[in-house]
Design a protein around this ligand. Sequence first.
Ligand code: MG
Length: 163
Amino acid sequence: MTVQRVGLGTDLHRLEPGDTLVLGGVHLPSTVRAVGHSDADVVLHALSDAILGAVGAGDIGTLFPDTDPAHAELDSLEILAEALSVARARGCVPVNVDVVVALERPRVSPHRDAIRARLAELLGIPADRVGLKAKTEEGLGPIGEGRAIGATAVVLLAEEETG
Ligand code: MG
């Protein structure tokens, strides 16, 4: 029987005025940008943590400590690539993922399929195995007030068949 492993990751970043929001490796036109370690792509950060969690390999904070100045401008694509590499080293590859982004603006739905296609490409799976939903938080809390963006991701990994 193929062993399968589920992982969960979350992320949150502050927003400030800007012109581009990076979500799932896709640059969206926006009136806000996410602030934080690296390029603050909450989707890739949550996914990377989910992948690492599925194989019991800690989180991106342990792989790329933000106390190290070398990581300050780290591209989130590199973070995801490293998480996938850690999983592959343990014999695991992605089966499917599901992601929820929480934000007030910009609207994600016009870009949903582009982000799903990009994530599928990055993960090496078909786009129909990538779920992406966006929701607002009814004006409540830092996300609802437009001061932050959050993401939650679950991933299923399968141990690769050998021989
Ligand atoms: Mg983050």
